[in-house]
Write a protein that binds this ligand. Structure first.
Ligand SMILES: Cc1cc2nc3c(=O)[nH]c(=O)nc-3n(C[C@H](O)[C@H](O)[C@H](O)COP(=O)(O)O)c2cc1C
Length: 193
């Protein structure tokens, strides 16, 4: 029997970015998406600000969000900068996905801790989602593409300007398997003193 370290190592190593174009259209039960978010909620948080917020779009609503996203790009990009390729790329994210979860860092009204800590805590919550998804055989894609980091997106989502859209998390299933790679040797990232 595997011990806890072996189990968690396997899941962490197995997590891979899988874009919606490589998903197969199968649908995740809403209850499982909720389970992912329950684990996200256990991320570390300084002063219990618990800054992560999740906007969940199942199925058709996810596709509608994706097409709205593409239109936001079209409407808010000056003609000379608009690229049809990019428009189509945003739109293609609606194909084959099951759910879209938008993760937002909700800025604490009293600003009890610095921004960087709230961003860090929210990123940790996202990683919990990705790892938990992997353990359930769910494929995921954390994207900050398109209009994600714009004020236009904040307005579209009804957020405050000091909130931050941490990413669009596309969830679904895939029939493909992916090898991960790391390009910088671990030794170069560690300094033992
Ligand atoms: C904060 C963040 C934002 C990302 N945004 C994008 C994105 O907009 N488009 C994209 O193709 N991949 C995006 N990725 C996914 C990375 O490209 C991917 O994680 C990387 O290729 C490593 O692959 P792996 O996740 O399978 O290890 C993002 C990853 C992170 C952590």
């Amino acid at each position: 029997m595997k011990n806890n370290f072996e189990i968690i190592s396997e899941v962490i190593r197995k997590r891979r970015t899988v874009k919606p174009s490589k998903m197969n259209g199968n649908i995740i039960p809403d209850e499982q998406v909720r389970q992912l978010l329950e684990l996200a909620d256990w991320a570390p948080t300084h002063k219990h600000t618990e800054p992560w917020r999740f906007i969940v779009y199942p199925g058709e609503k996810a596709r509608k969000f994706v097409s709205d996203h593409a239109e936001l790009y079209r409407k808010n990009t000056p003609e000379e900068k608009f690229k049809n390729e990019k428009y189509e790329k945003i739109l293609a994210n609606g194909n084959n996905l099951s759910h879209l979860v938008i993760c937002v860092m909700k800025r604490d009204a009293e600003k009890r801790v610095p921004d960087i800590e709230e961003i860090s805590a929210s990123a940790a919550a996202i990683e919990n989602i990705l790892i938990a998804a992997t353990s359930l055989g769910i494929a995921s894609f954390w994207s900050t593409g398109g209009m994600t980091h714009t004020d236009t997106m904040k307005e579209h989502l009804g957020l405050n300007m000091d909130d931050i859209v941490m990413g669009l998390i596309y969830l679904g299933y895939t029939d493909m398997s992916y090898e991960g790679k790391r390009v910088i040797p671990l030794e170069q990232k560690i300094t033992w003193k």
